[in-house]
Design a protein around this ligand. Structure first.
Ligand code: NI
Length: 181
């Protein structure tokens, strides 16, 4: 088990769709453990496998950021099958250090996925939980939250990142405390 570096935009892995999981083997269990540890180390409330460089369609979400084991969710092959309403709120992403913006998301979603025993599971979520699920499923589709910003905001954020890249102030990866790299 290990805490892994979190890749930072514009790494190609973040903008490439992930591939469905077809079997739960030791390597997948290891991936899930590493994702949970990495998310908790940051701490974050969600993490997609491609954020640590793995192209399998796996996400972990924990709105309690490690405080409540019952809040920890592991989703294999998650997809949003229903959405309703709209909400606007502040959103950040571990792959965009220190950037947060107002993003509009559905206010209610239904997500279908598989659990680690490959049983079908369904989650209905509202509010911030709905936002978190949309954010992680987007990641797995190769969509970063920059794409969900208004064109004006997106331009501003992109220019800010470009400027920090030129000044070498923008990292290639975030190394959470305890990360072995
Ligand atoms: Ni993110």
């Amino acid at each position: 088990m290990a805490i892994r570096p979190i890749l930072v935009y514009p790494n190609d892995v973040l903008t490439s769709p992930t591939l469905p999981v077809t079997q739960v083997d030791e390597s997948l269990r290891q991936l899930v453990q590493d994702m949970i540890e990495t998310m908790h180390a940051e701490p974050g409330v969600g993490l997609a496998a491609n954020q640590i460089g793995d192209s399998r369609r796996v996400a972990v979400v924990d709105l309690s950021a490690g405080e409540d084991p019952e809040k920890l969710k592991v989703f294999l092959n998650p997809r949003i099958v229903f959405e309703k309403g709209k909400q606007s709120g502040e959103e950040g992403c571990l792959s965009f250090p220190d950037i947060s913006e107002i993003i509009t998301r559905p206010s209610l979603v239904r997500l279908e996925a598989l659990d680690l025993d490959l049983n079908a599971i369904e989650e209905e979520a509202e509010g911030f939980y709905a936002r978190a699920l949309c954010h992680e499923v987007d990641h797995l589709d190769g969509i970063v939250f920059l794409k969900r910003m208004s064109p004006l905001k997106r331009g501003l954020v992109q220019r800010r990142i470009q400027r920090m890249l030129r000044q070498e102030e923008w990292p290639e990866a975030v190394l959470p405390e305890g990360c072995e790299e």
